[in-house]
Write a protein that binds this ligand. Sequence first.
Ligand SMILES: *[C@@H]1O[C@H](CO)[C@@H](O)[C@H](O)[C@H]1NC(C)=O
Ligand SMILES: *[C@@H]1O[C@H](CO)[C@@H](O)[C@H](O)[C@H]1NC(C)=O
Ligand SMILES: *[C@@H]1O[C@H](CO)[C@@H](O)[C@H](O)[C@H]1NC(C)=O
Ligand SMILES: *[C@@H]1O[C@H](CO)[C@@H](O)[C@H](O)[C@H]1NC(C)=O
Ligand SMILES: *[C@@H]1O[C@H](CO)[C@@H](O)[C@H](O)[C@H]1NC(C)=O
Ligand SMILES: *[C@@H]1O[C@H](CO)[C@@H](O)[C@H](O)[C@H]1NC(C)=O
Ligand SMILES: *[C@@H]1O[C@H](CO)[C@@H](O)[C@H](O)[C@H]1NC(C)=O
Ligand SMILES: *[C@@H]1O[C@H](CO)[C@@H](O)[C@H](O)[C@H]1NC(C)=O
Length: 540
Amino acid sequence: MGVLSFLFVCCKLLVFLSESSFASDTITSSQSLSDGRTLVSKEGSFELGFFSPGSSKNRYVGVWYKNMPVKTVVWVANRINPINDSSGLLVVNQTGNLVLTSQNKSVVWSANLSKEVRTPVVLQLLDSGNLVLRGERDGGSETYLWQSFDYPSDTLLPGMKLGWDLKTGLERRITSWKSPDDPSPGNFIWAVERQDNPELIMWKGSRKFQRSGPWNGLKFSATSLRPNPIFNFSFVSNEDELYFTIDLIDKAVFSRIVMNQTLYLRQRFTWDKATQSWELYANVPRDLCDTYALCGAYGICIISGMPVCQCLKGFKPKSRGYVDWSQGCVRDKSLNYSRQDGFIKFTAMKLPDSTSSWVSKSMNLNECREKCLDNSSCMAYTNSDIRGEGSGCAMWFGDLIDIRYFQDGGQDLYIRMSASELGAKGVSRTKIVVTVISTAALLAVVIAAGYLVHKRRRNIVDQERCKILDWSKRFHIICGTARGVMYLHQDSRLRIIHRDLKASNVLLDQDMNPKISDFGLARAFGGDETEGNTKRVIGT
Ligand SMILES: *[C@@H]1O[C@H](CO)[C@@H](O)[C@H](O)[C@H]1NC(C)=O
Ligand SMILES: *[C@@H]1O[C@H](CO)[C@@H](O)[C@H](O)[C@H]1NC(C)=O
Ligand SMILES: *[C@@H]1O[C@H](CO)[C@@H](O)[C@H](O)[C@H]1NC(C)=O
Ligand SMILES: *[C@@H]1O[C@H](CO)[C@@H](O)[C@H](O)[C@H]1NC(C)=O
Ligand SMILES: *[C@@H]1O[C@H](CO)[C@@H](O)[C@H](O)[C@H]1NC(C)=O
Ligand SMILES: *[C@@H]1O[C@H](CO)[C@@H](O)[C@H](O)[C@H]1NC(C)=O
Ligand SMILES: *[C@@H]1O[C@H](CO)[C@@H](O)[C@H](O)[C@H]1NC(C)=O
Ligand SMILES: *[C@@H]1O[C@H](CO)[C@@H](O)[C@H](O)[C@H]1NC(C)=O
């Protein structure tokens, strides 16, 4: 008996030793990982261990890319519960649970497996960056007792699913860190919303700040992911699951999407082996028009437009003069809210916010139109699937919000109009476009400065035009421009820093009202953001 159990212990020891030296991507039941030791995935892509982020001294368990000069953490276990010393211990305990303890064995974090698992359980770090807990029985399969990919931090890695397991109700969303020193959940969230009319939404706290547009069978309506050699994407929607995922085509490439902690940005980076650094591949939001509801209800954002916010044809700005675009537009002619109304087709549109929308996959466009006409709160409809000839029906109720002109693959949208609006033949094209941000601010100051410079250098404002611009008009322009910049900087819901303010970007209408134009370099800031870095300061 004694000898047997001695042999047994020896065996265990041997197994343990061989495992710790040869299979360093796993730990098994009753083994543990202490601070200072790591697991490395088989091909050496990822590493699991304890780390301290930024200038923090706190210890967290996380997964990062192995062999990178910049430590890039892609997942954190105890996000909200740091350990303040090196006493941390990651354990697969006897009932098969993954548990992180500190000092006096107090549990800091656990994988929360609801069932006790008696069979040997293995924790393994895969080369995808996924940390998985496998029971003996589901050895080879892709269903794990638990996996870190189900509990994302701020990073979407290839193979991860963003969205829902509808059977278990599990939702996977990306949440930014609070700061570079603090991986606890911050303000920015990226998630799949609405099962029947799904789209990808970026939130700041409880406020939306960017949406992808609904899924249209091919893509999210306002995204321009083109075929490329690095990755492809898919959206899966069936009875069991609803998720967005990306796959690497070239498995040797490292690519990740991360919610930035401090900027209103979701960024895709690809690792550049030559320079040993992350190359920024894409930013979302891409431009000012990507900002949620920038132009308000029935406002349309046209990035090349001047101003970018305009009203849809048949609408006019709600507030006049000094315009806050977020108030949006109102109808020129009110609806009858009956079958006497009709529709105007707008092309190349980012479809409106689908919060109050309805979708039928079986209806065609004509049936869609009829159903929309019958419902007095239905304001727009279109095909829900644009593949082939187009099929299905999507309808929107209430005000239409967050529309943009999207030349690069936008969709048709049929918007409800009063019969009299439809009857007004030859509605001039200028009607589509509406009043300008009569605000442009700084520019006036710049124009005034331009005048002063002119005294010495000439040429800036020619003599003829100088005569038109008497000092009272200049003053008018200066005040208007200053109001505009003040609006952009302080009053608009998003702080907008123009970054290229110069006389040529202040345009005058026939009443000499200044308008700030060319937001090509502009950056939007959150209302409570007080700081930001920029490398591009031009003309300001
Ligand atoms: C670490 O935290 C424990 C309680 O969680 C506390 O008792 C201890 O004093 C802390 N140590 C340091 C160095 O702050
Ligand atoms: C394993 O950890 C879980 C979660 O902390 C706990 O509920 C369970 O009792 C632990 N099992 C043992 C044998 O300690
Ligand atoms: C030790 O554990 C107990 C309960 O598990 C906890 O209340 C206490 O704060 C812990 N002390 C330290 C120093 O971690
Ligand atoms: C485990 O459960 C606790 C309490 O229910 C929760 O705070 C924690 O976030 C859960 N951990 C995971 C990994 O789900
Ligand atoms: C994406 O690429 C991977 C690898 O080449 C392939 O297995 C997968 O089927 C592709 N997915 C789509 C939706 O094209
Ligand atoms: C956020 O963006 C800034 C500027 O591009 C960058 O320095 C920082 O590393 C980003 N944060 C994350 C988590 O990627
Ligand atoms: C609107 O409805 C009223 C009845 O409520 C009707 O008299 C009128 O002709 C309708 N107007 C239009 C433009 O269809
Ligand atoms: C219009 O459709 C909405 C959403 O399906 C529904 O809640 C509402 O009752 C309908 N209204 C009418 C008048 O049919």
